[in-house]
Design a protein. Structure first.
Length: 93
C-alpha cells in the first residue's frame, strides 16, 4: 500500500485519476489537460501503474488507461477498519 499512498500524494496524479474516473483515456488525451510535457505525463502514469491504480491496454497504435477500482475498494475497506475500532473507553466513562 506504500506505493499507492505515494502515488496519491501528488496532485497531478490525483487529477489524472479524476479524469480516468470519467472515462478511459490515452496518454495523449490525458496530457491535453495539463501544461507539461508528454514524458512528464508518462512518468506520472508509470507511477500510477506501479501502484496498480490504473490499467493500460494497447488498442491499435494507442495505449488506453483506465482506473483499477479494486485498489480503491481495498483502500476504502482498510480505512473503514479504523471506524470500527472502539475508543478504548469503558461504558462507565
Amino acid at each position: 500500500m506504500q506505493h499507492t499512498f505515494k502515488a496519491l500524494s501528488d496532485p497531478t496524479r490525483r487529477k489524472i485519476l479524476d479524469l480516468l474516473k470519467q472515462q478511459d483515456l490515452t496518454a495523449g488525451e490525458i496530457s491535453d489537460h495539463f501544461n507539461m510535457t508528454k514524458p512528464s505525463i508518462s512518468q506520472h502514469l508509470k507511477i500510477l501503474k506501479h501502484a496498480d491504480l490504473v490499467h493500460d491496454e494497447k488498442k491499435g497504435q494507442f495505449v488506453v488507461y483506465s482506473l483499477n477500482t479494486t485498489v480503491f475498494q481495498e483502500i476504502v475497506s482498510w480505512a473503514l477498519n479504523f471506524t470500527d475500532k472502539t475508543t478504548g473507553r469503558s461504558e462507565e466513562d
